[in-house]
Design a binder for this molecule. Structure first.
Ligand code: HMG
Ligand code: MG
Length: 302
């Protein structure tokens, strides 16, 4: 299988990146500043906010203010997480261009993350998907723990395929496969993808890999070879799920972009601007830059 000629990068840093930041709640102006800078880099799809319970995820408690404060750039899709109808209501009021429901292939993780079983989560998502679509809003579906669960260990590829298919059949236009705790390796990634692609068309799948064990780029290379052309990533490698102990950040967007450029794959994203954005957000948060490319090019991209 040849590599795709073009890849769509879905930028996770304002949501997955910031939801798990320890300490004080990050100022809304920093979040909107990040989102506007990311749009200026040429990213066409930015997960900007999360309409979840602020008791569960305090960092995302200003989702409505964030959505109201960004300078919407034409052609950019600003999306938000919506775990239930209450979340969807908030996202519609905030004019999200896309929403996302998020389930998992593991029962224990589903319980910890959204306080229900897998079957209950699917029942809960069905009206969310239906109502979003009736408002003309496309819905993305996430499947977490696709290569391992912090509570159950190994996850069978067939279990991932079952949940992915249920979300696709429900009307999700794209299914993002999350290695939530970054434990996957390339062969495992290929086997998991093969199982899912038997039920959901390859062009409807996205890879969402965290980099806990430093395998995310290798895993992405493996799934690119199989035809995946949508990649979730986070500038400066920000990120992690508060309900997945030990989960580190998403793979860094700068590192993914460098890899893709080396393979001759187009994205429409400007690497130098992206590196400057990664350095900017790390300065704002007083945090280490988790992107190797960001570190290598620091000083060249201000
Ligand atoms: P629950 O406690 O079972 O829900 O939580 P509930 O319906 O009983 O409501 C409890 C309270 O929350 C009520 O308020 C509701 O109004 C409120 P109270 O009466 O106590 O004052 N509430 C809400 N408030 C705002 N927005 C809402 C909302 N819903 C209820 N949408 C619930 C269930 C799903 C709400 C909760 O478990 C939750 O918010 N979980 C979110 C966890 C989360 O955000 N995790 C991180 C994102 S997933 C991720 O990072 C993985 C991913 O990146 C992929 C990967 O890496 O694998 C996507
Ligand atoms: Mg994630």
């Amino acid at each position: 299988m040849a590599f795709p000629k073009q890849v769509r990068l879905v930028e996770m840093s304002p949501r997955d990146g910031l939801q798990n930041e320890p300490g004080a709640v990050i100022a809304t102006a920093i979040k909107t500043g990040l989102i506007d800078r990311l749009a200026d880099c040429g990213l066409s799809h930015i997960e900007a906010a999360s309409f979840v319970s602020p008791k569960w995820v305090p960092q995302m408690g200003d989702a409505a203010e964030v959505m109201a404060g960004i300078n919407r750039r034409p052609g950019v899709r600003y999306s938000a997480l919506t775990p239930n109808l209450k979340g969807l209501e908030g996202a519609i009021a905030a004019r999200a261009d896309e929403v996302a429901v998020f389930g998992a292939a593991s029962e224990s993780f589903t319980k910890k993350n959204i306080n229900c079983t897998i079957a209950e989560s699917l029942e809960r998502f069905a009206p969310v998907v239906e109502q979003a679509r009736s408002h003309g809003i496309p819905v993305r579906g996430y499947v977490s723990t696709v290569m391992g669960c912090p509570y159950e260990g190994d996850i069978a590829p067939g279990q991932v395929a079952t949940v992915a298919r249920a979300l696709y059949d429900m009307g999700c236009h794209e299914i993002s496969l999350g290695d939530t705790i970054g434990v996957g390796t390339p062969l495992k990634a290929k086997r998991m993808l093969e199982a899912v692609a038997a039920h959901v068309p390859m062009e409807k799948l996205a890879a969402h890999f965290h980099d806990t064990y430093g395998q995310a780029l290798a895993n992405l290379y493996a799934v690119l070879e199989e035809g995946v052309a949508v990649i979730d990533s986070s500038v400066a490698g920000l990120g992690g799920c508060p309900y997945a102990k030990g989960a580190s950040g998403n793979v860094a967007t700068e590192d993914v972009l460098y890899l893709l450029e080396g393979l001759g794959i187009r994205t429409g994203v400007d690497l130098h601007r992206l590196v400057a954005t990664g350095n900017w957000i790390c300065q704002q948060l007083n945090r280490h830059n988790g992107s190797k490319v960001g570190q290598a090019l620091v000083g060249n991209c201000d």
